[in-house]
Design a protein around this ligand. Sequence first.
Ligand code: NAD
Ligand code: ZN
Length: 379
Amino acid sequence: MRCIPVIIMGKTITVNYGGSPCYTIEIQTDFRLLPEKLKNLGYGKNRACIITETNVGELYLKEIEDLLSPVFASCTSFVFEAGEGSKNTDTVGKVYGHLIENSFDRKDVLIALGGGVVGDLAGFAAATYLRGIDFVQVPTSLLAQTDSSIGGKTGVDFMQYKNMVGAFYMPKLVYMNISTLKTLPKRQLSSGTAELIKHGFIKDRAYTEFIQGHSSSILAQDSQAIEEMVYRSCQIKRGVVEKDPKEQGERALLNFGHTIGHAIEKLSNFTLYHGECVSLGMVSAAYISCQKGNITLEELETLKQMLAAHGLPVTLPDFPHTPEEILAATKLDKKMESGKVKFILLKTLGEAYITKELSDSDLLGGIRYIMETGAERAS
Ligand SMILES: NC(=O)c1ccc[n+]([C@@H]2O[C@H](COP(=O)([O-])OP(=O)(O)OC[C@H]3O[C@@H](n4cnc5c(N)ncnc54)[C@H](O)[C@@H]3O)[C@@H](O)[C@H]2O)c1
Ligand SMILES: [Zn+2]
């Protein structure tokens, strides 16, 4: 029988930390190279624990276990209930329990298989178990592949506060199989797209134009278009976290749309998805940018059209809270400095900047814009 060589494509991005190469991001269309990448990191005699949740576990755990069992001395798994409700210190405690029962020591490794909830939680468990053991990110949601798995922010929610307890802790490898996006629910996919579109708005006009020009192939999940988009977003996120690993300056640009977005997300009791709220927050912030004379009305319309084309909301007509209540909720955001909200505005569609100089009436103007333009359309 003739043997047909298998050509595996894919892209690699190296992330530096403190000026030296720290880990790579592997963008692939299947999981086949994961064992090799792990062996290249020197794993072999170690134990591995795959941490995942019920939804992703059902789909991919068996495949990953089969691939990783030959690589490690032993391979266990820990599966928790899917959803943000599990991202807390109770679940982390259960992970510690599993690791202790299975005699995990400092040379062993955690594999985070799932969306941002798994990555944040497993990363935090890895950062704190025995004062730090290795972990590898295998992100499966669009948000996790282009955002949460890169940059080393790990953590869990505490009481009613999101991401209140955490650590900056770098993975040893980020390996993504973009084919996993095919099983991601459509609403989750479009919610994740908000962050990719955001990357273009804050940093890269050419990328914004790419997304604009390829929206139909992106929506049809054409794998080349998705791969290119994931790759470009990962590069932007990489660039930002390399320059500002601990979020003291430039990394704040990634919060474009998030101040008002987080407030809406919280007030909606998380019935609106994160990316949907970020989309609304970006429209508000873009309106304020327009009011400040930075972007034109046409650019504001372009931004709205791009978000709407990907199934994201750009108006909030029937929200059961007033603009003043949304404003009050923005002030509870952690990202405040000496009582002032750090806000991200656009200079152009492709360049953002940080300001602390916005008044309450500027913010209210942005919030009213999404609520009232929606109401006008609805009536
Ligand atoms: N660390 C960071 O820098 C950072 C950045 C942004 C967001 N986050 C965190 O990320 C979390 C949100 O991430 P998320 O949107 O991935 O949420 P998630 O992990 O809850 O995943 C969203 C949903 O999609 C499902 N899912 C994931 N991959 C799937 C797949 N391939 N097929 C089918 N279903 C799949 C999950 O089971 C879940 O129901 C939040 O907790 C947020 O705080 C962290
Ligand atoms: Zn976000």
